[in-house]
Design a protein around this ligand. Sequence first.
Ligand code: SF4
Ligand code: SF4
Length: 117
Amino acid sequence: MSAIRKPITPRPPRTRQKVLVILQEQCKQCSLCVEFCPKNVLCIDTAKYNRKGYHPVTACDIDSCVNCEFCERICPDMAIFLADREEALKAYEAGALQEGTLIPEFEAAKKAQEVEQ
Ligand code: SF4
Ligand code: SF4
């Protein structure tokens, strides 16, 4: 039998207040956000080119994002930022996002739903 007492109230699952938004058309592939993200969330999408001819940044592990905003602060082109979750979801569902806007968390949820169906 374990001598460690279990917590009376289990810790609730962590919920992120904001969602990561990437404006892939604005990205210049400088990789600053990739290098500085403390959780290795970001990577360069080498399979894609934006209109400027760069490979834009994407999220390779969006589940690890901790909303620290380092990427937003360091991007010289304002191509990556954190947005209010509800507002972003409304715009995403309404199809009101500007071309090249990627919200990795919503895309991942959509793919998961498609697999379940
Ligand atoms: S908010 Fe922080 S953890 Fe999330 S992608 Fe940006 S730098 Fe990485
Ligand atoms: S810091 Fe900005 S411009 Fe540089 S790779 Fe990241 S999103 Fe693109």
